[in-house]
Design a protein around this ligand. Structure first.
Ligand SMILES: C[S@@+](CC[C@H](N)C(=O)[O-])C[C@H]1O[C@@H](n2cnc3c(N)ncnc32)[C@H](O)[C@@H]1O
Length: 358
């Protein structure tokens, strides 16, 4: 892929960063997700909340259940909504999610772009329709969507604020190798940055998440009434201010971070800390409602503390009865649940709850 990108840039000129990220992750022949093996697993390249504990799916299921009931109460449209997981990776969220909430949905879909991830998922989850894209799901129906760590993998444009407006950061070729360059800003990127990011200080580099905003709009256009739960790592505007490109973009391969993503296009994950305020503002400007909270706050609302206490009770009971295996099992369940709300880890992730404006 690298030589192909270099040839393309030599012929046609530098490419904006979102185009580079899109090719690296989703090029049909060489993209990290579209062409590679399954990535999100303990045996893959990175580990996520659903991989850490099945209770994550159970608690998300509680939210999905209440979202389904709320959709039913808000409209006179008949039929149960669809439950849709987007970017399901290994599918480890599905079993607990469906066990908790499947009964209040008219069907369950997975939309997952990676064929390696889709492979075998229908056999493992026979009640789920597994498709490559939301375009393959019936339109006009009410839907509850969940997506864990999807937004950070959606291509971003990079723009730097200058005294005279915005410049874009893209990828060019220098000395036979790929390198970051500054290039004139595209109109839509400049407009997004002006509308969404407001007056950030000169020199600030912004991750312009136009792809996330247009994906959310497409969800609202496609389905009837919609409730969306998006969970991801991200940062608020003040945390992003002053950061350079190197710290805004992350890369992972086989549980190692910091791989040089310009040297290894297609061979490493490229992800960003989601620009939480930017995305939330874009959602609000599109006329939708958005609630922002940490993963820890979200899981506490869904009752994780009560679950942890109940498992702790089992652990103590097993210990008193001398049932070592039971005690160890309960202990590891408790530790996994605690990891989901750890403020220095998954608990600090952000949850965006999106629904249509009233
Ligand atoms: C970081 S992984 C997260 C996997 C899983 N949700 C988890 O938490 O373990 C992101 C996944 O989203 C998928 N993906 C990215 N963009 C997508 C899109 N527009 N539609 C469907 N899947 C997408 C990728 O193929 C990848 O499997």
């Amino acid at each position: 892929m690298k030589s192909q990108l270099i040839a393309e840039i030599r012929d046609d000129g530098p490419i904006p960063f979102d185009r580079y990220m899109d090719a690296c992750l989703y090029d049909p022949d060489g993209g990290f997700f579209s062409a590679g093996p399954l990535r999100s697993a303990r045996t893959g390249d990175f580990v996520t909340s659903p991989e850490v504990s099945p209770w994550f799916g159970t608690l998300l299921g509680r939210w999905a259940q209440s979202a389904s009931v709320a959709l039913g109460q808000r409209g006179e449209r008949g039929g149960l909504p669809l439950l849709i997981e987007v970017g399901a990776g290994s599918g480890s969220l599905l079993a607990p999610l469906i066990a908790e909430a499947g009964g209040v949905f008219g069907g369950v879909y997975v939309a997952e772009l990676s064929s390696a991830a889709r492979s075998g998922m229908s056999e493992r989850h026979p009640t789920v329709d597994v498709v490559a894209s939301l375009d393959e799901i019936p339109t006009g129906v009410d839907a509850v969507l969940v997506a864990n760590e999807l937004l950070d993998n959606m291509p971003v444009a990079l723009a730097r604020r200058t005294d005279d407006g915005w410049l874009e950061i893209g990828v060019g070729v220098e000395g036979g190798d790929l390198t970051l360059i500054e290039m004139p800003v595209r109109e839509e990127v400049s407009a997004w940055c002006d509308d969404v990011m407001g007056d950030v200080p000169v020199g600030t580099v912004v991750t312009a998440q136009l792809a996330v905003a247009s994906w959310i709009s497409s969800v609202f256009d496609r389905f009837g009434r919609v409730s969306i739960c998006l969970i991801d790592y991200g940062a608020r505007t003040e945390e992003l201010a002053g950061r350079d490109v190197g710290s805004l973009i992350r890369s992972y391969r086989r549980h190692q971070s910091g791989i040089d993503w310009l040297q290894h296009p297609g061979e490493t994950d490229i992800t960003v800390d989601v620009n939480i305020d930017g995305v939330a503002r874009a959602i609000a400007l599109a006329g939708h409602q958005v609630r922002v909270m940490s993963q820890a706050e979200f899981l506490v609302e869904q009752g994780i503390h009560e679950l942890i206490e109940s498992v702790r009770g089992d652990e103590q009971l097993f210990a008193r009865e001398g049932k070592i295996m039971g005690q160890l099992k309960a202990r590891s369940q408790r530790i996994e649940m605690e990891a989901l709300v750890d403020p220095a880890g998954f608990g600090a992730f952000t949850v965006l709850l999106v629904e249509e404006g009233t």
